[in-house]
Design a protein around this ligand. Structure first.
Ligand code: NCD
Length: 309
């Protein structure tokens, strides 16, 4: 490995391509032989600190840590039961929690909060979602899933559908897809387009991206990545009502326009993918969620230096 490995994982931009490849390779090994990590993190303690709701991300991090034989501690409901609800700053919370642990997995509603935590922590911080910012571990498992479902990532045409403005998984994933030379077709209501700062960053990196209608995207894409409208990020509930239900994939729509495409979704889904899609072989979103285990095992083992980068 030529470049210095990251201490924390706050953004996908913390990772060089060789780090990403290494995460995917280690994840592939854990996917094939889950027991091969059985003692790697013996004696280590991982903390999960979630200030926003989560099912998949927290449980899969905890399960991944346990499969590596780490011990896990957590605040059951950090939103209301931690000292942050009493007004404690992120800096103080992290200064305390780091003395109880070897690595902190954190989710917080404020963009930049994980980076703020990393400024004060001496242990690695993993960003499990910072507001509408990024969700790098989700994007890594999305990339892993594209590789396992399609056989390769390079040059794939991916439609990103839904809330591209607030969807933090999209913000991380589009940066990874750009590095693999993927073409991105952006499908969203006008008020939920990709933030201009991210579009500018991607264009400057030479990424292939363009806006498309849902029908066009379905016809061209090899992978369709659908997201939930992030209701909790809207300052005004009426604005949410204007975009609610503005796109919905059904089995008949896919049958007609995209019979070969792989369907991904970071979950939870609300109504943007009809349940009649679930039975299609191309509906990969539950396999995608399961891939969270080997990918997060790889991230934990590498950040804790239990395996070489
Ligand atoms: C996503 C998130 O929290 O950003 N969920 C997840 O981690 N799988 C997507 C979402 O909440 O819509």
């Amino acid at each position: 490995m030529t470049s210095a490995p990251p201490r924390s994982l706050l953004s996908v931009n913390d990772l060089q391509n060789d780090h990403i490849q290494r995460i995917l390779d280690v994840a592939q090994q854990f996917h094939k032989e889950p027991a091969s990590g059985a003692t790697l993190l013996t004696g280590r303690i991982v903390v999960t600190l979630f200030f926003e709701p989560s099912t998949r991300t927290r449980l899969s991090f905890e399960s991944a840590a346990l499969r590596l034989n780490a011990r896990v501690i957590s605040v059951a409901d950090a939103i209301s039961s931690s000292s942050v609800s009493k007004g404690e700053t992120i800096a103080d919370t992290v200064r305390i929690v780091e003395s109880y642990s070897d690595l902190i997995v954190m989710r917080h509603p404020i963009e930049g909060s994980a980076a703020e935590a990393a400024r004060y922590a001496h242990v690695p911080i993993v960003n499990a979602g910072d507001g509408a910012g990024e969700h790098p571990t989700q994007a890594l498992l999305d990339l892993f899933t594209i590789q396992s479902e399609r056989g390769s990532i390079s040059g794939t045409t991916v439609a990103l559908v839904g809330d591209l403005r607030f969807g933090r998984t999209v913000h991380s994933l589009c940066r990874l897809l750009a590095r693999w030379g993927c073409t991105m077709l952006l499908v969203s209501p006008p008020s939920l387009e990709l933030p201009p700062s991210i579009a500018t960053e991607l264009h400057a990196a030479g990424a292939h991206l363009r806006e498309a209608t849902l029908e066009e995207a379905l016809q061209r894409a090899e992978v369709i990545y659908v997201t939930r409208i992030q209701k909790e990020r809207f300052a005004d509930g009426r604005e949410y009502e204007t975009v609610r239900g503005s796109y919905r994939l059904t089995a008949s729509l896919l049958h007609e326009h995209a019979p070969q495409a792989t369907i991904l979704h970071p979950l939870p889904r609300i109504d943007e993918i009809a349940t009649d899609v679930d039975a299609l072989p191309a509906a990969a979103y539950f396999r995608q969620a399961a891939n969270g285990i080997p990918v997060r095992m790889a991230i934990l083992a590498l950040l804790l230096r239990a395996l070489p980068w």
